[in-house]
Design a protein around this ligand. Structure first.
Ligand code: HEC
Length: 386
């Protein structure tokens, strides 16, 4: 794809994706909080009318009063607001981004021959297949294990997330591997909305229209899926944001880092969900902080061994020209990082060291076949010139 067109699509789709995701997750966090903070209705008439709980909130210059019905009110309310396009738009724009950035440029961004020497089309097929397989496996688990015990489902589910993260790290370039897992979990979340939660709401509305008692089983199932989405939110956000941090996705055991972070962030959700019911479970933020510090220490890249032999720029210049400047030159240099002159390379020395020496995130997929020796020379030169 033309690089300028790709950048333009990247900006537009990314903005749409992030905006839709904020709208979706914002509403979803709000409703989780609402649900957990419900109190029995004060007015006996409300209880008689089928109200299970009520919630008062103050926001944006006014007081709001929400009521949740045990099943449904007697009369069909008009208009009834639905929450679904936020989720669908998030997925559609996210998938479009995946196509534009990772499938069109699969050779460079999705495939890393040092990880798995895949043809571009087979890497794309594996990625799309993974998105579909993730949902199918999860859905079957919910209908079997999940029907009996949500706790057992959480344990099996975490194991499968670990398997998916490890599998991706064996198939795709490091950065793409993280995104793939995030896309798989995100797909599960949206499919929950499309295939379980919204259909349950449709049944509820139909039952009301036909003046019969709605089937509570579908609503309970929808509630479970909505809770799963709540716990998946932060791990997915992490995979989406971490593509900017090579020290994480480029780490040796990056897949394991993700699993640990997924558990920590899910715990953070537990903390807030308990908080909404009025309980403060302080060991969770303490454990999460200890976990983050431990991860940060673990991920700290090794310092390069000091080398005494001086490395002149004349040695570095052809390396950077061949391995980096093919992309990093002129006005279209990625992220404006131009690496043509000594001054430019020095100006980006810290980033260059992190990307090309410490984490090997650059060149992407080692597109320009940079050797280990060249990375060492570059590292030494940066150390000496700093
Ligand atoms: C095949 C093209 C290509 C090659 C070759 C390449 N890069 Fe990059 N580089 C990119 C792209 C694309 C990005 C932007 C990544 C993104 O979107 O975050 C980038 C980003 C960077 C960044 C900024 C990272 C950040 O997140 O701030 C640095 C620094 C960098 N590259 C250094 C290098 C060095 C050093 C080399 C050579 C050893 C190199 N690159 C080779 C394509 C390339």
């Amino acid at each position: 794809m033309d690089p300028y067109l790709r950048d333009v699509l990247d900006v537009c789709l990314r903005l749409l994706h992030v905006t839709a995701a904020i709208a979706w997750i914002g509403a979803s966090f709000y409703f989780v909080r609402l649900d957990l903070a419900l109190r029995p209705p004060k007015d006996a008439r409300d209880a008689e009318a089928g109200v299970a709980g009520e919630f008062w909130g103050v926001h944006g210059g006014g007081l709001y009063h929400s009521q949740k019905y045990r099943l449904a009110p007697r009369e069909m309310p008009e208009p009834l607001h639905w929450f679904k396009w936020e989720a669908y738009t998030t997925w559609l724009s996210g998938f479009a981004l995946l196509v534009v950035l990772y499938y069109f440029d699969a050779d460079v961004r999705l495939v890393d021959p040092a990880v798995a020497d895949l043809a571009a089309w087979s890497a794309i097929a594996l990625s799309i297949g993974g998105l579909a397989a993730g949902w199918v496996v999860y859905d079957v688990l919910c209908r079997t294990v999940g029907e009996r015990s949500q706790a057992a489902l959480a344990v099996v589910g975490t194991g499968l997330v670990a398997l998916a993260a490890w599998g991706s790290s064996e198939l795709f370039a490091a950065r793409a591997a993280y995104l793939q897992v995030g896309a798989m979990l995100g797909t599960i979340m949206v499919a929950n909305v499309l295939l379980v939660i919204i259909p349950a709401h449709r049944r509820l509305v139909r039952a009301m229209e036909e003046k019969r008692e709605p089937d509570a089983a579908y609503l309970l199932r929808a509630k479970d899926r909505s809770v799963h989405n709540n716990y998946l939110t932060l791990p997915v956000l992490f995979t989406m944001l971490i593509a900017h941090f090579a020290f994480v996705f480029g780490a040796d055991d990056a897949w394991l880092v993700f699993v640990l972070v997924a558990v920590l962030t899910a715990l953070i959700r537990v903390f807030f969900n308990r908080w909404h019911t009025g309980r403060r479970v302080w060991w969770i933020p303490v454990a999460a902080t200890v976990g983050v510090v431990a991860l940060a220490l673990w991920l700290r890249p090794d310092e390069q061994p000091a080398q005494t032999e001086p490395v002149p720029f004349a040695v570095i210049q052809p390396i950077v020209e061949q391995r980096c400047a093919t992309c990093h030159q002129g006005a279209s240099a990625p992220l404006g990082v131009q690496l043509e002159t000594e001054a430019q390379i020095k100006a980006h020395a810290d980033d260059v060291e992190r990307q090309a020496v410490l984490t090997r995130a650059m060149p992407p997929g080692n597109a320009t076949s940079m050797t280990e020796e060249e990375r060492e020379l570059l590292g030494t030169w940066i150390a000496q010139s700093g």
